[in-house]
Design a protein around this ligand. Structure first.
Ligand code: NDP
Length: 451
């Protein structure tokens, strides 16, 4: 059989599963893209004969390394670190670093794969990568986090650079961790360069970067609603998570006149029927980033709310749902519950928070559904703008960056509509995002020949 002979989707997926045994998150992410791309390339021989999708589903490289550090009691601790450099066809590898006990090679490969399409959708020259460690920052002292970050960077620095690979934050990696890692990179290399994004404003960070992912997810939702003649104003929203993405999504929903009913963490969710106002969001930001507390403490402060231990918020009746915590946090039954309760739009601040079965529920019910790779691309887009500012040694103001973020999200929405409109008034945003992202990266790869 010639290599250009077409294989069907299930044969393709069998191969992916065989080559990546036990990597369920990664194969799930590839399947989600492949099912749309197969339709698109059915009559496009050039992509088949160049084996483009097969090549995209094989990371350029996966780096794995030991991270050794000493805790406050002088115990030697050993963690594993990774950087997955998935694809640099259209620009340097770009994607966050995650510190969480659930991090595995499969999780990072899925995230790096998704990131490749997301970054292409922004229209900025960025390839896809992701990294992290199974280190759990929760309960660690500042000194322990610093020693871990320094040890992690002592290995990572040799693999990254402003034109090679530019990591950023993700779960468990915020301003504090980026500061420690950037400081160590600078110390080792004796170079100040834009090698990480999400930096503090004092040392080369960009205005709007902390807000960008959460705000962007709400702008995407607003664009979806507008496309159908609706608005965020007056609508109720259920949000999961209480980290960077969730709190900024909550802030933007509130600013646009919506009412946020829930937020959560891995312990449970809080439900505040009075709405989580800006003042309450500020209190949560302080709780999470300064006091490093738990969302359950909210009910001690605000008596209008209830805490639901060990539960997720998807049973609360709402117009809008924004999963902003982690992958696979909204399953088929929960999607059905949201639909039954009348949800109109779902916008994913997190990466792959809805299971494949859950996504099918939203599609079958013709719910406006914005997948993470499109809806949460605002974060990496402003990271791309941080890279430009660093390269030019300039900084743009908040107003200008806010406008650029709004325009970027409109552009991403437009690309999804271009490839995802079914002609009957329904937009399949997953299909639109997958095809638009695929096409850009695939065409660049075709130009390079067999590399
Ligand atoms: P943070 O670390 O700031 O917050 C993560 C939040 O999710 C916390 O509330 C955390 O709760 C909760 N969470 C984490 N793991 C689980 C779990 N297994 N079950 C339930 N809740 C969980 O991360 P971010 O806000 O930055 O990231 C959230 C999501 O958004 C991730 O999917 C990330 O990949 C995605 N994303 C982030 C971007 C960014 O710019 N930061 C860019 C694009 C996507 P707890 O405190 O209990 O751990």
């Amino acid at each position: 059989m010639a290599v250009s002979d077409h294989v069907d989707l299930s044969t393709f997926m069998e191969g992916v599963k065989k080559r990546n045994p036990g990597q369920t998150e990664f194969t799930q992410a590839v399947q989600e893209v492949a099912q749309d791309v197969f339709g698109f390339i059915a009559d496009k021989e050039e992509y088949h004969s160049a084996q483009i999708l097969r090549r995209m589903a094989e990371p350029d490289r996966v780096l794995s390394f030991r991270v050794c550090w000493e805790d406050d009691n002088h115990n030697i601790r050993v963690q594993r670190g990774w950087r997955v450099q998935n694809n640099n066809a259209i620009g340097p590898y770009k994607g966050g670093i995650r510190f969480h006990p659930s991090v595995t090679e499969s999780v990072l490969k899925f995230l790096a794969f998704e990131q490749t399409f997301k970054n292409a959708l922004t229209g900025l020259p960025m390839g896809g990568g992701k990294g992290g460690s199974n280190f759990n920052p929760r309960g660690k002292s500042d000194s322990e986090v610093m020693r871990f970050c320094q040890s992690f960077m002592t290995e990572l620095y040799r693999h990254i650079g402003p034109d090679t690979d530019v990591p950023a934050g993700d779960i468990g990696v915020g301003g504090r961790e980026i500061g420690y890692m950037f400081g160590q990179y600078k110390r080792i290399t004796n170079r100040w360069e834009g090698v990480l994004t999400g930096k503090g404003i004092e040392y080369g960070g960009s205005q709007m970067r902390p807000e960008a992912t959460g705000y962007g997810a709400v702008y995407f939702l607003r664009n979806m609603l507008k496309h159908q003649g609706h608005d965020v104003e007056g609508k109720t929203a259920v949000i999961s998570g209480s980290g960077n993405v969730a709190t900024h999504a909550a802030e933007k929903v509130t600013q646009l006149g919506g009412k946020v009913l829930t937020l959560s963490d891995s312990g449970g969710f809080i439900h505040d029927p009075d709405g989580i106002s800006q003042e309450k969001i500020d209190w949560i930001k302080h709780l999470k980033t300064v006091k490093r507390g738990r969302i359950s403490e909210y009910v001690d402060e605000f008596s209008s709310a209830s805490y639901h231990e060990g539960e997720r918020p998807w049973g609360v009746t709402c117009d809008l749902a924004l999963p902003c915590a982690t992958q696979n946090e909204l399953n088929e039954d929960e999607a059905k519950m949201l639909v039954k309760n009348g949800v109109q739009g779902v916008s994913e601040g997190a990466n792959m928070p809805t299971t494949l079965e859950g996504v099918h529920v939203f599609h079958d019910a013709k719910i406006m559904y914005g997948p993470g790779k499109a809806a949460n691309a605002g974060g990496v887009a402003v990271s791309g703008l941080e890279m430009s500012q660093n390269a030019e040694r300039i900084s743009w103001n908040e107003e200008r960056l806010g406008e650029m973020l709004t325009e970027l999200m409109e552009g991403i929405h437009g690309k999804c509509v271009e490839y995802g409109d079914d002609g009957n008034g329904y937009v399949d945003y997953v299909k639109g995002a997958n095809i638009a992202g695929f096409k850009k990266v695939a065409d660049a790869m075709l130009a390079f020949g067999v590399v």
